[in-house]
Ligand binder design. Structure first.
Ligand SMILES: *Cc1c(COP(=O)(O)O)cnc(C)c1O
Length: 399
């Protein structure tokens, strides 16, 4: 009997994503091209990953140089790019030490493990609880989906990891529960990205930080979407007047090359010793080459200033659209992480926008998420607004 493996209607790739019917094969700056050569203005940036635009020259050069020399080396040996990237990240944050991994979920997994082990080994707390917030998103591993405060992410994965509790986001009154729960750590996003582009209220964040400080609770911020200049500062926490104990980053850190990290203050970093955590690929020479090139570019160029100016420009344009289309109920976000709250199906808007050659995202059923590269120009924003206006016109007409 011959079995024919090739005749199958089932895709060889597992159906974990609902994909748009477009195949992207090339990217440069703010644009991508599909197989047919159709050009799209990409205001998704690979979901806040290609923050310097597609195939940025500085990162490409650094990667090409590293490709000639060494692709991989175990963490049993010293890796110069890793040292350099860790030094850059600690010199430009409130943290002292960095652990490298390969993705956002792994960064949060490391943060959660660090918090647990710090509580166990340093504080002598054998059953530490970790607090996260409703509507949050922290990743898809078993621990990080447990940390994620959304039923739709957790459904079907019972039993979830023990030791997690959830509080409502931006709710000052609810913070007093921390006195009874006495958690080892809290983990929060400063702008909930996947949850609907919901910025944290500064007063709430400061109160939370104060309670953490007073009670020896580790304050851990998930800056996987908000970090790497997205909001106009290298990290969003800088705008909240707080100093987190642990910062998790990934997405924009390697300009599209997979890399994640946590940056921890020296005290929190005591949670890990040699052998307590690890990753084969974490901080690999290629990934950290991309990281060094990306972070040095953000720090040396005027890109953070540019984000502040260009995001104000984008804000103005979006506010005018809001006046024009009552379907747009609210505009939320910071820097170049924007959410349009709409009284329509956000996915339908994203699909129609694609027909107008602009790529945008949803963040839940009624929020359109806009994530241009940090390098976006005024002309590109003008072009984007023209196409978005057309998109809203066709939605309004029910086309
Ligand atoms: C994307 C994201 C993650 C997960 O990152 P992966 O690289 O997909 O594992 C975690 N937290 C936040 C805030 C994110 O935006």
């Amino acid at each position: 009997m011959e079995t024919n493996h090739s005749i199958s209607l089932i895709s060889p790739v597992m159906a974990t994503y609902t994909r748009f019917p477009v195949t992207i094969v090339k990217g440069k700056g703010s644009y991508v091209w599909d197989e047919q050569g159709t050009k799209y203005l990409d205001f998704t940036s690979g979901i806040a990953t290609c923050n310097l635009g597609h195939v940025p020259e500085t990162v490409k050069e650094k990667l090409e140089e590293q490709l000639q020399n060494l692709w991989h080396c175990s963490n049993l040996y010293h890796i110069p790019n890793q040292q350099e990237l860790a030094a850059l990240l600690t010199a430009n944050s409130c943290g002292d030490q960095v652990f490298f991994c390969n993705s956002g979920a792994e960064a949060n997994e490391a943060a959660l493990k660090l918090a647990r082990r710090y509580a166990n080994k340093v504080k002598g707390n054998p059953s530490p609880t970790i607090i996260t917030f409703q509507q949050s998103f922290h990743g898809r591993t078993l621990a990080t989906l447990t940390a994620t405060g959304q039923d739709k992410i957790q459904q079907g994965f019972a039993p979830l990891a023990p030791g997690f509790s959830y509080l409502p986001y931006n709710d000052i009154a609810a913070l007093y529960q921390l006195n009874t729960i006495r958690p080892a750590a809290v983990l929060l996003e400063l702008i909930q990205g996947e949850g609907g582009v919901i910025p944290a209220d500064p007063e709430w964040v400061q109160k939370l930080a104060e309670i953490c400080q007073e009670n020896g609770i580790l304050l851990m911020v998930d800056e996987i979407q908000t970090g790497m200049g997205r909001t106009g500062t290298l990290f969003a926490y800088e705008q909240y007047g707080i100093e987190p104990d642990v910062i998790s980053i990934a997405k924009g850190l390697g300009s599209g090359f997979p890399i994640g990290a946590i940056i921890a203050k020296a005290e929190a970093a005591k949670g890990f010793d040699p052998g307590s955590h690890g990753s084969t690929f974490g901080g690999n020479p290629l990934a950290t080459a991309a990281g060094v090139a990306t972070v040095s570019h953000i720090l040396k160029s005027n890109i953070l200033e540019h984000v502040k100016e260009i995001s104000a420009y984008l804000d103005d344009k979006l506010q005018s659209l809001k006046k024009q289309f009552p379907i747009i109920e609210d505009i939320r976000g910071k820097g170049l992480l924007k959410g349009l709250v709409v009284s329509a199906n956000a996915l339908e808007i994203v699909q129609k926008a694609m027909a107008n050659n602009i790529l945008i995202l949803t963040a839940g059923p009624s929020v359109v998420r806009i994530l241009p590269p940090l390098t976006v120009s005024k002309n590109e924003i003008n072009e984007f607004i023209i196409e978005l206006e057309k998109t809203f016109q066709s939605i309004e007409k029910g086309e």
